[in-house]
Design a protein around this ligand. Sequence first.
Ligand SMILES: Cc1cc2nc3c(=O)[nH]c(=O)nc-3n(C[C@H](O)[C@H](O)[C@H](O)COP(=O)(O)OP(=O)(O)OC[C@H]3O[C@@H](n4cnc5c(N)ncnc54)[C@H](O)[C@@H]3O)c2cc1C
Length: 358
Amino acid sequence: MVADAEGFVYAEVDLAACTGCGICRTVCPVLGARDDYAEPVAHACRALDDTVRMASTSGGVFGLIAGQVLDEGGVVFGAAFDEGLSVAHRYVETRDGLGQLQGSKYVQSEIGPAYDQVASFLGSGRRVLFCGTPCQVAGLSSFLGDHPPELLTVDFVCLGVPSPLVWRRYVTEREEQSGARVVATSFRDKSEGWRTYSAALRFEDGSEYRRVLGADPYIKALRTTVSLRPSCYECRFKGLGRGSDITLADFWGVERVCPELDDDRGTSLVLVQSDRGQRALEGVSHLMESRQVPADVAVAANPSATGSAPRNPRREAFFGDLERLPFDRLVARYCTPGLVERVRGRIARAAGGRGARG
Ligand SMILES: Cc1cc2nc3c(=O)[nH]c(=O)nc-3n(C[C@H](O)[C@H](O)[C@H](O)COP(=O)(O)OP(=O)(O)OC[C@H]3O[C@@H](n4cnc5c(N)ncnc54)[C@H](O)[C@@H]3O)c2cc1C
C-alpha cells in the first residue's frame, strides 16, 4: 500500500510478480455487483452506564456489544491511535483495551494485517467482532468469501474518511502553536454536549486545546467535505440495507422522533441487518434503554446514511495548497462558506436536515 500526494494509501501491484490470476478484481467489493438487502429494523438506544456513553461518540452501543463479546472470550477489532497519533485497525482481547477502540476517529484507518488476523482467529474457533467503515466491512466479507457463524460485523453511517496527511498537518500546527507534543485526542468531546461536540487535544505538558464544531479547523474541513478520500464522493456502500450485521449512527433528529431518549449526551441509531445482529443487540438489552422506530424516519436527518458526501468544488485547490499554506490559513481560505452556501445551509437546516456533520 503506497500513499499518494494527498496522503491516501492505494494498492500498488508489482507487475513483475503478478501472475495475472485476477483474484484482486473478483475480491474487490467496489468492482463487484451490489447486492440487494432487506430493510433493517431500527432502534434508538442509549447505554444506561454514563461512563460508557461519555467515552463513546453516540449512545455507546458499540462499547456494550464489544464488552459482551470480550466477556464471552471473543476478540474485538476496531480503529485506534498509535503512539504517533496515526489511526490503524487493531484487536483487543480484554475489556482493559476496549477504551482505545471507542470513539470516532475522523481519519482513514489503515487496515494493515487486520483481515488476515480476523481469518486466523476465526480459524481457531474464536468469536470475532469487527467494526469499521462500510467499505472496510464489505472488504472483509469479500476477503473471507463467506460469513462464518462466529463473525459479527458492525459498520456505521459514514460521511467519509479524511486524509491521514491532513490530520498530520493539523496536529503539527497545534504542536507548533502550543510548543508541546499532542498525547491524547478526541474528535467528539461531549463536554459542551453531544450536538455541539468539540475537538479536544491534550499536550505533553498537561495543557489542553478544545474548540466547538466549526471553530476547529480540522472539523471545519471535515464538515465542508474537502478533506475526504475521492471514493467517498461516490460511495458504493450507502443505503439502509447492508451486508453487515449491525449499522450504528448518531441519531440526529432524536429530539423529534423519540424525545424521551434525548438528553444531549448521545443517542445511537442502531439498524439491525441480520438475525445475528438481532441476537447481539438482545444480548445487551438489559444494559440500555431503547425504542423501535421506523427506519426511514430514523435516518431522515442523517443524509450520510443513504447518500455520498457532496464533492466540494474547492477540494483540489485545498489539497494543492496543503503543503504550502499553514493549516489554519488553508482552512480559512478553502472552507469558509460563501453567501450562497450559507443560505443553502440555513434552508437545509430549517427543512430538518443537518448537512454534513460526521
Ligand atoms: C469517519 C467517520 C464518519 C462518520 N460519519 C457519520 C455520519 O455522517 N453520520 C452518523 O450518524 N454517524 C457517523 N459516524 C458514526 C458515529 O460517529 C459513531 O461512530 C457511531 O454512531 C457509533 O457510536 P457508538 O457510540 O456506538 O460507538 P463508538 O464508541 O463511537 O465506536 C465506534 C466504532 O467505530 C470504530 N471507528 C472509529 N473511527 C474509525 C475509523 N476512522 N475507521 C474505522 N472505524 C472506526 C471504532 O473502532 C469503534 O469500533 C462516523 C464515524 C466515523 C469514524
